[in-house]
Design a protein around this ligand. Sequence first.
Ligand SMILES: [Zn+2]
Length: 96
Amino acid sequence: MGVTKRMTSLQKIQALTEKYGSVRECMCGDVSVPTKITIQEEFEDVELVIHNFPVFQCLECDEITFSPKDQVEYYKKAVKHYEATKKTEFDCNLSQ
Ligand SMILES: [Zn+2]
């Protein structure tokens, strides 16, 4: 009665999972949530810019983690895109 209950980390994880679809645990012990960033990758002598690359970012320490599989996959797509169009900018959102 009238007692403020502290949110347990499990409840926090549940709430964040509902909000974001999926979350990860950061090395710092807090929770990382999905977000999109822009990354740069080199291909031969060109710098490819990859927009909307999906990553997880920690709510506490801002540490960014991502799947190496995604990185390889989008890198390959960006290279293909570059070879086809000569455009160094690639948007992951447009490649689904
Ligand atoms: Zn963290």
